[in-house]
Ligand binder design. Structure first.
Ligand SMILES: [Fe+2]
Length: 165
């Protein structure tokens, strides 16, 4: 794939076919959007949660935020590694996220946990779609989505255990 032009050597941005890169961008971009939204709303919940179990929920929400940022980075860098850009500007995230509104201000922990579980479920929908759609097209991109799905399922469980009977 590397071409020598005169004395200059040029390499393509990626050796992956443009169709494969486009599919990875198509299905991983919504994943990045929802994970960035989860990170922002997770911090909102981290700062405003209240209740007798405050410290545990406060710290768990920060872990959820850390994971969301880490997963967003993994998904975004997969697309960029294939030679395509990601649009995760704050305006784009706000326009495209499917998340439901977060409650404003201080809230009891059950309310905050429900809100963040709702945000995780929105993210899981696009992550699971990426897992389904990318398997035939690009197993490496599918693997990124699978890893994220597994992590979000676990964070959802840790949150849900606080509010289940
Ligand atoms: Fe903090």
């Amino acid at each position: 794939m590397t071409e020598v032009i005169g004395t200059r050597t040029t390499s393509p941005a990626s050796t992956t076919s443009p169709d494969v890169a486009a599919a990875a961008a198509q299905f991983l971009s919504p994943v990045v959007i929802e994970l960035q939204a989860l990170a922002v709303n997770g911090k909102q919940a981290h700062w405003h949660v209240r209740g007798s179990n405050f410290i545990g929920v406060h710290e768990l929400l920060d872990t959820v935020v850390d994971h969301a940022q880490e997963y967003a980075d993994t998904a975004a860098e997969r697309v960029v590694a294939l030679g395509l850009p990601i649009d995760a500007r704050i305006q784009t995230v706000a326009e495209k996220t499917g998340t439901t509104a977060m409650p404003a201000g201080f809230q009891k922990s059950d309310t905050m946990i429900q809100a963040i579980i709702g945000q995780i479920d929105v993210a899981l929908a696009v992550v699971n779609k990426a897992v389904t759609e990318l398997g035939e097209i690009d197993p490496s991109s599918q693997d990124v989505a699978i890893e994220i799905a597994r992590g979000l399922d676990k964070d959802r469980w840790f949150l849900f255990a606080h509010i289940s009977e």
